[in-house]
Design a protein around this ligand. Sequence first.
Ligand code: SAM
Length: 251
Amino acid sequence: MRALKTLIHRLGVLNYLRQSGMPLALWPHQWRSLWTMKSLRKRYQGEFECYRQQSAALELSQDWFTGNIPLWLSVMDELGLRQAPLRALEIGCWEGLSAHFLLTALPQARITCVDTWQGADEHRDASFEGARDLSRIEARFDRNLAAYADRVQKYKGESQHFFATAERRPVYDWIYVDGSHHADDVLLDAIRGFRLLRTGGVMVFDDYLWRYYPRLRDNPAAAIHQFLKLKKGSYRVLRSHYQLILCRIAT
Ligand SMILES: C[S@@+](CC[C@H](N)C(=O)[O-])C[C@H]1O[C@@H](n2cnc3c(N)ncnc32)[C@H](O)[C@@H]1O
């Protein structure tokens, strides 16, 4: 019965992705991911529990991140990044949980954190379950990352303002796109972020399967698919589940 439910859910997800313009090459990745995720959760269970303890003192109103830990660790291991002096960029940081994990997992890494700290559409939507109290998220971010201040650069503002002022060359090894989830913004963050991503660098899209906007084309998947088509040949897909993770292979 459970297997049947899972299969039906899976088919629903695939249908949504098809309607959102998923490139053909992504089908096997998405189909396989269910089984891959199970084994990754098992493989990284110990480290996952360890991080939960390390992060227990953080001030968090929300955990949108720790479910991704097995996926991230598997990519870090596959690419041998654990001890790399990696430069990371995060678009959308909230209270700093994902940045905190990256700084903990990669002791040589530095990160640029970009956020308005004013939330996204869904956080301001009182009729939506995602609505949040936004008054304290920035202060929590500051306190949660205070111990890592020498490895964190904070930019307060919209991602497009950040990109307008950023260096115009590939300087980042890891880019996490998790800011506004409206497709227009995701597409712009992806294109402008990709310009700053080194060959061999990793780009992670959060909320690939998330549906909030009534029109399919306004949700992240539609933007991510357009981006993948536009940049075909310049990346290799590493993982495709609730997040989509790729590696840049050519400039
Ligand atoms: C889902 S939260 C990020 C969660 C965080 N990455 C984590 O895993 O803990 C999305 C964040 O994006 C920020 N945001 C929304 N639109 C933005 C924009 N245009 N530019 C920069 N940040 C934005 C919001 O303020 C919010 O903090």
